[in-house]
Design a protein around this ligand. Structure first.
Ligand code: PLP
Length: 393
């Protein structure tokens, strides 16, 4: 890893490995295995593989390794392990380090599948999980015990964009010796400073901003060499959740433009949030980049940006929200985020449909709520699209 390079240089060059042909673009090593020159060298490699030696694609692959080194350099961790999806990364980070009897504290406002892992999978194997309101530091303080092995949270929650104070929660967790595992998807790797702020392990769904063009599922766990290679890799290579070389190649190419894309999306998101805030047809705009967001100061300190997602509540509930969505022309109805294409989601009837009503109420998922993932289109065109659709209600 070269510390002298700044972010944009790292995103283009970090981790590149060239074969004897000196190819310019990152090569896709679409191979499950590797040929050993002799039986002796195979034996040696199984005892200890060198940095440029691979055994089987489930364990590692040159293209996947390029992606892991690039994201680790960006995140500021010693190492990273690439996984088949964001959920494989979340499951791998948690399951690889926990055993029956361990205690985990997690914020309650989680992506549905993360909630399933914590609430259903881990507890089935004897891990005790306590859920807290992630923004309430007193609840974190009250929940941790000397038996707490990990704390888990999404640094910015979906879809209501509530932040967890990484620095403060890390202090609370480290006081009892617990590992801080952060799902940092909404913050993006560009605006993240999670490691500086005390996170031990940072997890991404690379399906989102890192691919950025809605092509492939992927995930990554970033952490110390010891945690990534001894704990996560050992678990992942035996349970089958590794990233494919083809996906790693897509993610590597996504990273070259990641900084440019995230910054352009975040600029447009702020412009759009301001326009929506002054629109009488919208009852509430949630965007951490606006002074009206209750955690605006924390967002600026923690991310230096409001991010790329704007959530807003349309007057008139579900009926108005559906009319609005159906009238959108540029913005697509879907449920990905971080894509070049702007995407509108109605959380109450899709991503959060299964939550019981009291939980929807507690999380602020109202019938008129729209989550907008701001893409790379012209911000003026997007505002015109939003305004025309609001008029169609
Ligand atoms: C999308 C997402 C995931 C899951 O990632 P996949 O790549 O879809 O498996 C996990 N956490 C958060 C916050 C997400 O947005």
């Amino acid at each position: 890893m070269t510390d002298k390079w700044n972010t944009r240089t790292k995103l283009v060059h970090e981790g590149s490995r060239r074969s004897q042909y000196g190819e310019m673009a990152e090569a896709i090593y679409l191979t499950q295995g590797f040929v050993y020159p002799t039986a002796e060298s195979a034996e040696e490699r199984f005892i200890k593989a060198g940095d440029d030696e691979f055994i089987y694609a489930r364990y590692g692959n040159p293209t996947t390794r390029m992606f892991e080194e690039r994201i680790a350099a960006l995140e500021g961790t010693e190492d990273a392990f690439a996984t088949a999806s964001g959920m494989a990364a979340v499951n791998g980070a948690l399951t690889s380090m926990l055993r029956a009897g361990d205690h985990v504290v997690s914020s309650r406002a989680l992506f549905g599948s993360c909630l399933y892992i914590l609430e259903e999978v881990l507890t089935r194997f004897g891990v005790h999980v306590t859920f807290v309101d992630g923004a309430d530091l007193d609840q974190w303080r009250a929940a941790v015990t000397p038996g707490t092995k990990a704390v888990f949270f999404e640094s910015m929650s979906n879809p209501t964009l509530e932040l967890v104070d990484i620095t403060e929660v890390a202090k609370i967790a480290h006081a009892v010796g617990a590992l801080v595992i952060v799902d940092n998807v909404f913050a993006t790797p560009i605006f993240s400073r999670a490691v500086e702020q005390g996170a031990d392990v940072v997890v991404y769904s690379t399906t989102k901003h890192i691919d950025g063009q809605g092509r492939a599922l992927g995930g990554v766990v970033c952490g110390t060499k010891e945690f990534i290679r001894k704990t996560v890799e050992t678990y992942m290579k035996h349970t089958g959740g590794s990233m494919s070389p083809f996906t790693a190649w897509i993610m590597l190419n996504g990273m070259a433009t990641l900084d440019l894309r995230c910054r352009a999306m975040a600029d447009s998101a702020l412009t759009i949030a301001k326009a929506l805030e002054s629109d009488a047809r919208v009852s509430k705009v949630i965007f951490p980049g606006l002074a009206s967001h209750p955690q605006h100061a924390l967002a600026m300190a923690q991310m230096g940006s409001g991010g790329t997602i704007v959530t807003f509540d349309i007057k008139g509930g579900k009926e108005a929200a559906f009319k609005f969505m159906n009238a959108l022309e540029i913005i697509k109805i879907s449920n990905n985020l971080g894509d070049a294409k702007s995407i509108a989601t109605h959380p109450a009837t899709t991503t959060h449909q299964r939550l019981p009503q009291p939980q929807k109420d507690a999380l602020g998922i109202t019938p008129g709520l729209i989550r907008l993932s701001v893409g790379l289109e012209d911000a003026g065109d997007l505002i015109a699209d939003l305004q025309a659709a609001l008029s169609a209600i």
